[in-house]
Design a protein around this ligand. Structure first.
Ligand code: NAP
Length: 331
């Protein structure tokens, strides 16, 4: 099968879509043909070696975590899923591949009609947002700030907080103002003087702060009087030590139950997940995808299209021709 591999730390140029052996499902596992796999900025840190002390690569290393696909084989004594079932899952560092084998308990059913690209983001950005929102626990009528609210995690978190009845203010760049406003989120520019702008927008005070970007957001929240137990950051570990704020993330919502709940919200139209770009599963396109992820400018998620659906992927030596990716960052 084809899968993303890199054999040294470096920039997007170390990424290759390589031919590798296909996995086989062990007892209790299923083999999934991956249709779409998400990209995430954390994967850049791993690939560049910035997280090597905590999460070293084991070369040749794979990439990708959250995906959507369909079951093509079941191992012995596997229950819960059958061949043909459409699924959502999380396969650390190996989801960007034509096939993944993993325990059936690590999958949730994909609601029929949920687009593959959107489904691929649920177990990563979606679950991370779920944990962030649970930590801050927005209540109806409260004012909650979400930083980088148009980003992959932010777009989920802002809408989840909104669904709880909170008044949600989302920081973003100019390009995302209208998009956030259309989702019922009050947009505000990130950057210098953010605290002043937030005071103006929320004269009655801010009750909770979900930081998905770092860069001093937690200190700003503390300055604005938000209690540490009502602040969550995904990235500012220094602020966690200094202020005792939460740092709940994907690991704290890493269950098929959470994925199903999120998928149902999207399928019912209660959460919208914009897909900024879709990339074909070739070396050039994967490198371009991670170049684009590294810009940290996006509306929603960038996703790799691994295979068409629902047909099985083509045999080796017969590369699949995928749709040309959409959007400004695509090649
Ligand atoms: N620990 C975990 O389990 C876990 C899981 C997922 C993510 N994370 C981490 O969480 C963070 C967010 O991930 P993500 O996928 O949401 O990232 P992302 O999609 O790359 O976020 C991009 C967003 O950041 C915004 N942004 C750019 N510069 C900014 C600034 N100076 N201040 C505020 N916002 C700015 C951009 O806004 P505009 O486009 O509007 O300009 C863009 O929409 C990352 O650090 C990631 O590594 C951790």
């Amino acid at each position: 099968m084809r899968a993303v591999r890199f054999t040294r730390y470096g920039g997007p140029e170390v990424l290759d879509v390589a031919e590798v052996p296909s996995p086989a499902p062990a007892a209790g596992e299923v083999l999934v043909a991956v249709v779409a796999a998400a990209t995430n900025p954390g994967e850049i840190g791993i690939r560049e070696g910035r997280y090597a002390a905590m999460w070293p690569a084991h070369f040749p290393e794979g990439q990708g975590n959250d995906f959507a696909g369909y079951v093509v084989e079941t191992g012995e004594a596997t229950s819960g899923f059958q061949v043909g079932d459409e699924v959502i899952g999380f396969a650390p560092r190996r989801a960007q591949a034509e096939y993944v084998a993993l325990g059936a308990q690590r999958l949730a059913p994909k609601p029929a009609g949920l687009p593959w690209e959107v489904a691929a983001t649920v177990a990563g950005a979606g679950a991370t947002a779920w944990a962030s929102v649970a930590a801050v626990d927005p209540q109806a009528g409260e004012t909650i700030v979400v930083s980088a609210a148009a980003g992959g995690v932010g777009i989920y978190a802002a809408q989840l907080a909104r669904l709880r009845g909170a008044d949600v203010i989302g920081t973003c760049g100019a390009a995302n103002f209208e998009r956030l406003a259309a989702l019922g989120i009050r947009p505000v520019h990130y950057g210098p003087d953010l605290a002043r702008r937030l005071r103006d927008l929320a004269p009655g005070g801010i009750d909770g702060f979900i930081d998905t970007f770092g860069g001093g957001n937690v200190a700003t929240a503390i300055d604005l009087g938000v209690l540490p137990q009502r602040i969550n950051t995904l990235i500012d570990h220094e602020a966690v030590r200094r202020f005792g704020v939460h740092s709940e993330a994907q690991e704290q919502a890493d269950t098929p139950e959470v994925w199903s709940a999120l998928a149902a919200l999207i399928a019912r139209g209660e959460i919208s997940v914009p897909i900024a770009d879709v990339y074909r599963f070739t070396t050039d396109h994967v490198r371009q995808a991670y170049h684009d992820v590294g810009t940290r400018r996006v509306t929603g998620k960038r996703v790799l299209r691994i295979a068409p659906s629902p047909e099985p992927v083509a045999p080796l030596g017969d590369p699949v021709q995928h749709e040309v990716p959409q959007g400004p960052g695509a090649v």
